[in-house]
Design a protein around this ligand. Structure first.
Ligand code: HEM
Ligand SMILES: [Cu+2]
Length: 571
């Protein structure tokens, strides 16, 4: 599928802009890991305050990079699979909103006016440009879904009344349906709580309600990150491995189960929250464990597909077929396999630590400790980032009409990243269990030997191991940058076109269960209503403190808004 003109520019920049920001994001990660080992011991580094850097790191890596990529990948998938043009006007509008919104929020963060961390919990209050910027980014990300992808799918359906919707298209539509549903509660707290406080139109808010609305969004957000990766694992990984997808209906079933179970589970981030009753927390805990179902279906389907591919390559025996996969292949697109397999290995750690996080009782031990940081760098920082980086490189090569350059670097990158984050994960899990808090510049507190009151020498060893892991991951990222920059400036050898290595399936026959989407959407909405009505009501009425004043982020400090108002009243 050829891509030309404005559309090509838009797609390329949707991949390149977040990549450039990610360079800053990764360097800030390096700063954090060094500060948390006491190797850098100061409140700021090169003019960036620790918490300002942490906010930038979280927002850039987990929100900006992922959202831009999901839109670019969604556009590419719809274009390639449905063979229908995207509307340039819609794409420009989306691009302008996303880029404009990102710049607004970046200004607020870089000037210390939004040092509120990436979850921007109330009563911390950022400058209004941060909230408006984030809102524009999210609205922009939804335009292609409503104005291009849905109309194109309906048109495709009219032309192909009996054909199965391509798996990648189904996955992409599920992902953005989920995205739309979860943006609604986020928009409510941003527009009716955060912005009024930030603009001085309100003097007090209910932070518990805001957090409940945030986590309605926040947990499903992780599936918004993961589903593009799953689409790649289902549709492309089997082909790269040399075989076929083991079961197409199983993949569809898993995707639909993710839609069902990824939203009504947000209270598992709020187990320690005083105002919510434990029965509802337990209900959300049960539903969280239901996510194991699609996860295990995915694990089985992906492993079976890998085995199928390996046996096509001559693999034998019960386990020795694992040796016949293209771990290090420079042939054609096969380098991409390295990104998926290393992401999957990291994801194993994420799955295991995630079970601990989701358990109502065990969570109390790891909550807000370094353990959590270890966990999500193997999920969003692991499988998600690696598959997004791999696909970014792949698509840039397609859209520029070049071959991927410096392939040994491109191949080494994911393995170094994986090695680094396995070390990081183990080390941060241990320091977390020792009690090291997350979101804390511990180099100038617990790890400062001159601080007799706080000093915890026993955290030192594993904090240094964590730093080593971080450094190895950054080296992997640099290897990636070499290949990406080479590819970006290579001389084109063919016309720019999008092509994906899409696999056929061993088992194709559709089951009625996965063909009709309406019951799934209905069940999803019903489960959300059941799981959230009472907790939202409780948040509005039972909070320990239902109304509190805001604390404005000014020059990286949080200043009580009421003090500010009194100051301005002085003659
Ligand atoms: C080599 C690369 C990276 C390193 C060394 C690194 C390191 C760190 C460290 C040490 C923290 C915890 C700081 C603290 O709690 O005080 C952190 C937080 C975080 N990281 Fe990374 N990271 C890297 C890449 C990534 C990537 C690729 C993502 C996501 C795509 C990511 C997402 C996050 C998020 C969401 C937080 C939490 C921010 C917050 O608490 O507000 N990181 N990172
Ligand atoms: Cu969660």
């Amino acid at each position: 599928m050829q891509v030309k003109g404005a559309l090509r520019f838009i797609l390329l920049s949707q991949l390149i802009i977040p990549f450039i920001l990610l360079i800053l994001g990764v360097l800030l990660g390096l700063y954090q890991v060094l500060a948390r080992a006491g190797i850098i011991r100061s409140a700021d580094f090169l003019g960036i305050n620790y918490y300002q850097g942490l906010t930038l790191h979280g927002v850039i890596n987990a929100i900006v990079f992922t959202t831009f990529f999901a839109v670019a990948f969604g556009n590419a998938i719809m274009l390639h699979q449905l063979k229908r043009p995207l509307k340039v006007g819609v794409q420009w509008a989306s691009w302008l909103l996303m880029v404009g919104g990102t710049l607004m929020a970046a200004w607020a963060m870089l000037t210390g006016r939004a040092t509120v961390l990436y979850t921007f919990y109330l009563p911390m209050v950022a400058h209004w440009t941060f909230y408006v910027g984030a809102t524009l980014l999210l609205i922009g990300s939804l335009l292609p879904y409503f104005l291009d992808w849905i109309p194109n799918t309906l048109a495709w359906r009219r032309e192909n009344p009996n054909a199965k919707l391509p798996l990648a298209v189904l996955g992409n539509l599920i992902n953005f349906t989920l995205w739309f549903l979860i943006i609604i509660p986020l928009a409510v707290t941003v527009l009716f709580q955060m912005l009024p406080l930030s603009l001085g139109l309100a003097s007090e808010v209910n932070p518990l309600l805001s957090r409940t609305l945030f986590w309605f969004f926040g947990h499903a957000l992780v599936y918004f990150w993961l589903l593009p990766s799953y689409i790649m694992l289902y549709t492309m990984l089997p082909k790269l491995a040399g075989g076929k997808l083991y079961s197409d209906p199983a993949a569809r079933f898993a995707l639909l189960l993710f839609l069902l179970f990824s939203i009504p589970v947000g209270l598992h981030h709020q187990y320690t929250e005083g105002g919510l009753s434990s029965g509802w927390k337990l209900w959300h805990a049960f539903l969280t464990f239901m996510v194991a179902l699609p996860s295990f279906i995915t694990a089985f389907t992906v492993a079976a597909s890998l085995e199928h591919g390996a046996r096509q390559n001559g693999g034998q025996g019960l386990f020795s077929w694992w040796g016949k996969l293209p771990y290090w292949s420079r042939e054609g697109d096969k380098w991409l396999f390295a990104y998926f397999i290393s992401g999957l290995i990291l994801f194993l750690f994420g799955g295991i630590t995630g079970i601990v996080n989701a358990s109502y009782n065990l969570n109390l031990i790891v909550h807000n400790t370094a353990w959590i940081v270890g966990h999500f760098h193997t999920t969003v920082g692991g499988l998600v980032t690696l598959s997004f980086l791999g696909m970014t490189l792949y698509l840039i090569a397609c859209l520029r009409g070049v071959d991927v350059k410096a392939k040994p670097f491109a191949l080494a990158a994911p393995y170094l990243w994986m090695l680094g984050f396995v070390i990081f994960e183990v080390a941060l899990s241990i320091t977390g269990l020792q009690g090291a808090p997350r979101r804390s510049n511990i180099g100038i507190s617990y790890l400062d030997p001159s601080n007799e009151l706080l000093y915890r020498g026993d955290w030192l060893f594993w904090s240094h191991v964590g730093a080593l892991g971080g450094v190895i991951a950054v080296v992997g990222f640099l290897a990636y940058v070499v290949s990406l920059v080479g590819t970006l400036f290579a001389k084109p050898v063919r016309a720019p076109a999008i092509d994906f290595p899409i696999a056929d399936a061993v088992h194709e026959t559709p089951t009625p269960l996965v063909v009709n989407l309406r019951p799934w959407v209905t069940a999803t909405l019903a489960l959300i209503a059941i799981s959230y009505t009472y907790p939202v009501y409780e948040s509005m009425t039972r909070g320990i403190i239902t109304k509190v004043p805001g604390y404005q982020s000014i020059e990286n400090n949080l200043v009580p808004q009421q003090t500010l108002q009194e100051q301005t009243k002085l003659p």
